[in-house]
Design a protein around this ligand. Structure first.
Ligand code: BGC
Length: 491
């Protein structure tokens, strides 16, 4: 039997921004429980929660202070247990975000287990490796006169994965969550977790980050897979980059490393048919026929796709959703994608993130009421609310809405398994048109241009169209598409 994640649709939740249940303006785990019926109705298979651990909030959860507990702003371990149980009762699995590359500098280990981090003598950077803010990846600690390595902020010292004790500790952390019923992990920067021991090694990638030691990365991935295997069908979905050496398929190992790779390219690309075919084609080629990738267009790190791709034009958002949910592999929707939620302009005085990512992290827009249905009407949410005219309540019962389209697309992936898992084969199409065959009998076409167009050689029935009046239309050879119109055709 195929594993549950094959062709699955995951739903990413930024927990601070999904649903506030206690009127403090911050989303929490009990709030997610309250919204599970929406997610079950939408039809997603699993939720990926951005980090839920206690954190010093220098990077909002990605600077972990304790890997086996829950951030007090989000609730308690009991709330998480309840979320896992309530979600499971609705057929939804829960994935946590594993942040193995670094801890917070407030994590007790940074004081008590100094050898679990990477140190060099003195205050000088030993090389030209850069961190997330393009400064040196080394910070001097005057208390000991040495400098430590950090791929991201100085408040996020990198763990030293050459330490066997670190590896054992993480085996325990994974096992701890699996035993609690967590269905798997999205693994932050999985392809770079072990840094080169050779301090003379050149910095890696376009951002000149600390280079990974790939052989050891694979050894660690195998170790995590071993732990996962002990608990059955647990998913390891690792963040990887298309340019990671050895190709994406290398991260599957001998079926003993990651289950799914999660390249980033689509989340930062433009909405041009040619560019998208290049991205999807190169990821597929890099997979070498093995396993699948997770596709995602919006996330907590990038500009939401309805803004990046849609420029406020709902037709573009709808075409993009069809294209995305028409891809082979795992699709990850970021909360709000289903209603076409766009980027929010967050004024400087309300900014919370050092890298300016607040605009994609604003509260979920449940209803056009004070508080947006996210929090109490008289409470100021931790980040400002966006354009509440785009909301769940107003779209839910409208068969022509973006939310209905998204839900129907998710359902169609189940009805037409080719759409979720069938081979991807690009079709020659007029400029600006995304067209591909999926498996034997499904074709996905999206006109990503402002001009009407025509594609020949398509036969079958329109199973779903962004212009819903066309659902059920019979196509005999020639398919006409208005600007920004997309369809799934099956024979
Ligand atoms: C996460 C970011 C985070 C960074 C540092 C990335 O992979 O997606 O949100 O800032 O890691 O942990």
């Amino acid at each position: 039997m195929a594993p549950w994640w094959e062709g699955a649709v995951l739903y990413q939740i930024y927990p601070r921004s999904f649903q506030d249940s206690n009127g403090d303006g911050i989303g929490d785990l009990a709030g997610i429980v309250r919204r599970l019926d929406h997610l079950a109705w939408l039809g997603v298979d699993a939720l990926w929660l951005n980090p839920t651990y206690p954190s010093a909030d220098a990077d909002w959860g990605y600077d972990v202070v304790d890997y086996t507990d829950v951030h007090p702003d989000l609730g308690t371990l009991t709330d998480l247990d309840r979320l896992i149980a309530e979600a499971s009762a609705r057929g939804i699995r829960i994935l946590l975000d594993l942040v193995p590359g670094h801890t917070s500098d407030r994590h007790p280990w940074f004081r008590t287990r100094r050898d679990w981090y990477t140190w060099v003598a003195g205050a000088e950077s030993p090389n030209d490796w850069l961190c997330g803010s393009a400064a040196s990846a080394w910070t001097h600690d005057p208390t000991c006169g040495r400098s430590y390595l950090h791929t991201f902020r100085p408040e996020q010292p990198d763990l030293n994965w050459w330490s066997e004790e670190v590896r054992e500790e993480f085996d325990r952390i994974l096992a701890y969550w699996f035993a609690r019923g967590v269905a798997g992990f999205r693994i932050d920067a999985a392809a770079r977790v072990v840094k080169s021991r050779d301090l003379a090694a050149p910095a890696a990638g376009p951002w000149l980050r600390p280079p990974p030691d790939l052989a050891e990365v694979h050894a660690v991935l195998r170790r995590w897979r071993n732990v996962a295997e002990r608990y059955g069908d647990r998913l390891l979905l690792g963040q990887t980059w298309i340019e990671d050496a050895g190709g994406l398929s290398a991260f599957f190992g001998e079926n003993d490393e990651l289950h799914i790779v999660h390249p980033f390219a689509l989340s930062v690309s433009q909405l041009y048919a040619l560019v998208l075919h290049e991205i999807v084609g190169s990821v597929e080629a890099s997979l070498q026929g093995r396993g699948s990738a997770a596709w995602q267009a919006s996330s907590h790190d990038v500009i939401r796709f309805p803004t990046r791709w849609g420029a406020g034009d709902e037709r573009r958002t709808r075409a993009a959703l069809m294209l995305l949910l028409g891809l082979r592999g795992t699709v990850i929707l970021y909360y709000g994608d289903e209603i076409g939620m766009s980027q929010t302009n967050v004024p400087a005085r309300r900014a919370r993130d050092h890298w300016g990512r607040d605009g994609c992290r604003t509260p979920m827009q449940w209803a056009d009421v004070p508080g947006g249905g996210f929090t109490d009407p008289d409470v100021e949410p931790w980040l400002p609310l966006g354009d509440l005219r785009v909301n769940v309540e107003s779209q839910r019962d409208d068969p022509a809405s973006t939310l209905s389209l998204c839900r129907d697309l998710i359902a169609l992936r189940r009805q037409l398994p080719e759409l979720a898992t069938g081979c991807y084969e690009p079709i020659k199409a007029p400029p600006g048109v995304w067209a591909c065959r999926r498996g034997e009998r499904v074709v996905v076409v999206a006109n990503l241009s402002g001009a009407a167009t025509r594609l020949t050689g398509v036969e079958g029935t329109v199973r779903l169209a962004t212009e819903r009046a066309r659902d059920g239309e019979i196509v005999k050879g020639a398919l006409r598409l208005e600007p920004w119109e997309a369809v799934v055709v099956a024979d």
